[in-house]
Ligand binder design. Structure first.
Ligand SMILES: [Zn+2]
Length: 446
């Protein structure tokens, strides 16, 4: 297949914006990126997509999300509104995840993936929790991923908040999925990690057992220091700050993802860098939970390739980029803070590095040999667009609704804004029906 008549944003280490170029895709990969006329002449038999002057670029990547939380949209929290992050966990997320059945898990994943495809997000790192249906829950999400064709990393959120039995079931679910998915051929779209909630709901025994059970070469996906309660509970109960404790248990390392890190101290940030652990930033969630802002610019400056996730917000990832750009300026009361190029460094380059590392392939760049995870964006610049000023065109001009085509592994999942093989209205109507029951089960816990 050849996609032509487009302006190509390559991302990668040296971002370029190419004119009069086209890409040739064979099966799941980009095999050529070269002069358009030459490519069209050499492969007259290939299927062609005329992009009509749109922008062709790598699909967006979400470094941390929770499909399971989507039915909270518009849901009322009974009685007094939660006053801090721990109350939000206790009054919103824990009674909600407790309310999910097998069917809810499938549909919450499905509606999130549809949202992702529609907004050009082609790779996601999910972190799942459903204490009422643990064993097999990751198969249900895997089915939604396979039914739609997106690229996804899956894990189950182990926690001790539901007692030893559920904690063990969570550990087993992660191990089972890791072992199942590692049998797949190289380059597969779905992979598994080991999910842990956060230090504040995990005992030393559970961390030890998790470390003991995880197969070699795999790592953990865990929230760290999202709120100061995580740090203070760790100091008071274990005599160590969050990252020091996780390092003691062997949870750090290049195969692990640490999420948020809002309340880390300098030593903890250094440990994350020195151990090569991935750190993700979710400013929309941090603002919504009023937990504060992580000093992301400092983390980038000392060499941590910070990535951007959505923590359950929409998969319109450019909204997350924009929020990042704006939030840090307000937080520091300095319009020079969080330069646009830093945002694209995180959202495009670092996220691509993280996805390429975990999926053990080349993802998030337009170059020969890379996975054909691509989108077309119907953006007509009204001012000069070049590789240097691209971040500001994205931050001020791109809208996720401009995505007209989404491709993963060389397969077109959405074309001309129509998602193939899925009746979106039917899915929405069914989600609406079953979410009413989720809300009822949620309310019964108060
Ligand atoms: Zn999260």
């Amino acid at each position: 297949m050849i996609i032509y008549n487009c302006r190509i944003i390559t991302w990668g280490n040296t971002n370029q914006i190419l004119e009069n170029h086209a890409v040739r895709i064979v099966e799941d990969r980009i095999v050529e990126l070269t002069n358009q006329d030459d490519l069209l002449l050499r492969f007259p038999e290939d299927e062609k997509i005329d992009a009509g002057g749109q922008i062709l670029m790598p699909g967006l990547i979400c470094a941390h999300t929770h499909f399971y939380g989507v039915f909270s949209r518009g849901m009322a929290i009974p009685r007094e509104a939660p006053a801090d992050f721990v109350e939000i966990l206790k009054k919103l997320w824990w009674p909600l995840d407790q309310s999910l059945t097998q069917e809810d898990i499938y549909y919450s994943a499905l509606v999130c993936i549809i949202d992702a495809i529609r907004h050009g997000t082609t790779t996601v790192f999910d972190h799942h929790s459903s204490p009422g249906f643990i064993t097999g829950s990751l198969d249900v999400i895997e089915k939604a991923v396979n039914d739609t064709g997106i690229r996804a990393s899956l894990c189950y959120e182990v926690t001790d908040r539901g007692g030893a039995e559920k904690s063990l079931a969570g550990i087993e679910e992660n191990i089972r999925m890791i072992k199942k998915l590692r049998q797949q051929p190289a380059g597969s779209r779905v992979m598994a990690m080991f999910g842990l909630h956060a230090g504040l709901t995990l005992s030393d025994q559970t961390l030890e057992l998790s470390r003991k059970e995880i197969p070699d070469g795999f790592g953990f996906h865990i929230h760290v220091a999202e709120h100061q309660s995580d740090e203070y509970k760790s100091i008071n109960q274990h005599g160590k700050r969050v990252i020091d404790r996780l390092e003691t248990h062997g949870i750090t390392g290049k195969n692990s993802i640490f999420v948020h890190g809002v309340h880390l101290d300098g030593k903890e940030v250094q440990t994350i860098r020195d151990t090569g652990t991935w750190l993700t930033h979710q400013p929309r969630s941090n603002m919504n939970n009023a937990v504060g802002m992580a000093d992301i610019e400092s983390a980038l400056r000392i060499g941590i390739p910070v990535c951007l996730g959505n923590d359950g917000f929409s998969f319109a990832m450019w909204d997350e980029w924009r929020t990042c750009y704006l939030a840090h300026k307000l937080w520091k009361r300095d319009p020079r803070a969080m330069n646009g190029a830093l945002v694209t460094q995180m959202g495009a380059i670092n996220n691509a590095q993280m996805a390429s590392h975990f999926f053990n392939d080349t993802i998030g760049v337009v170059e020969p040999g890379a996975k054909a995870d691509l989108i077309l964006v119907d953006y007509q610049p009204i001012t000069e667009l070049n590789a240097g000023n691209l971040p500001w065109h994205i931050l001020f001009g791109f809208r996720d609704s401009m995505v007209t085509l989404t491709m993963v592994d060389g397969k077109i999942l959405m074309k001309d804004r129509v998602i193939g093989g899925i009746d979106e209205i039917e899915v929405s109507q069914h989600a609406l029906e079953i979410s009413r029951e989720v809300w009822k089960r949620y309310e019964q816990q108060f």
